[in-house]
Ligand binder design. Structure first.
Ligand SMILES: Nc1ncnc2c1ncn2[C@@H]1O[C@H](COP(=O)(O)OP(=O)(O)OP(=O)(O)O)[C@@H](O)[C@H]1O
Length: 245
């Protein structure tokens, strides 16, 4: 598997505040890695380090040379009066390697091409932002809370779509999520972050980890039914429900 990024003992300090410390992990093509953690844990800062929008103050961050990254930001600020269709918005993307029609088809949003950006629902907007990130056929897709503003059913669909796209493009995915249980079936590894890495591993491992339960204040999680991810599953099969604990 091609390695895309590798962090070794990475730290970030700003204004005498430790934001991240001793962060080490690697991400390869075809892998999905989800960052979870409480507010202020450093998830967005870590994403910005990988994007090179911030510079680490300790450790080393290696990125594959010429790495093509597609990024879905947490928020998009649009001028509410600027007339802009979805197709026009996508045509403005940098480094385009595929057509607008193909990008929309990949996210199941062909019918939105002529819709005004301002008229999109939360779920539609997230799909359009995902389509924009796909325009340059990324080797690494980075998503900062891709499911915000989307209802629970829509979130499950969106995470399944992200997994399908990762399989299709064989790209790595680094994403931030607030809900481990919704993303569980669609991720290979989870890092639970709180300035440092509290626990790291397959989603079932993290869900049962005492540090994860403590951080999210939900020790009863260990008793819940969780989705178990199968690494050899097909696109139609998003996991079996089983009880752990
Ligand atoms: N330039 C800076 N100077 C000082 N502190 C900063 C700076 N940038 C971020 N921080 C602090 O670092 C911490 C981590 O912020 P970050 O946005 O990475 O967290 P997060 O896990 O993404 O949070 P959330 O889930 O609320 O979005 C926060 O306490 C934030 O206030």
């Amino acid at each position: 598997m091609t390695k895309l990024v590798e962090l070794t003992d990475v730290g970030l300090t700003a204004e005498n505040t430790v934001i991240l410390e001793r962060i080490s992990f690697a991400l390869h093509r075809g892998e999905i890695l989800t960052l979870v953690g409480p507010n202020g844990a450093g998830k967005s800062s870590l994403v910005k380090l990988v994007l090179k929008l911030k510079v680490a103050t300790a450790g080393t961050l290696w990125r594959k040379s010429g790495l093509r990254i597609g990024y879905v930001p947490q928020k998009l600020h649009l001028d509410p009066v600027l007339p802009l269709t979805v197709a026009r918005f996508l045509s403005l993307a940098h480094g385009r390697r595929i057509t607008v029609a193909r990008a929309l088809a990949m996210v199941g949003a062909e019918r939105l091409a002529e819709r005004a950006m301002q008229a999109l629902s939360g779920g539609e907007m997230q799909r359009v932002l995902l389509a924009r990130a796909l325009m340059m056929e990324p080797e690494l897709l980075i998503l900062d809370e891709p499911a915000q503003g989307v209802d629970v059913h829509g979130q499950t669909e969106l995470y399944a779509l992200i997994k399908q796209i990762s399989d299709q493009l064989n790209c790595g995915v680094l994403m931030v999520s607030h809900d481990l249980h919704l993303v569980m079936a669609s991720t290979h590894q989870v890092i639970c972050l709180n300035q440092h890495i509290c626990c790291h591993g397959e989603p079932e491992h993290v869900a049962r980890h005492p540090e994860f339960a403590r951080l999210f204040g939900r020790p009863e999680l260990a008793q819940l039914a969780v989705y178990t991810h199968h690494h050899d599953c097909d696109d139609e099969h998003h996991g079996d429900v089983r009880h752990v604990g």
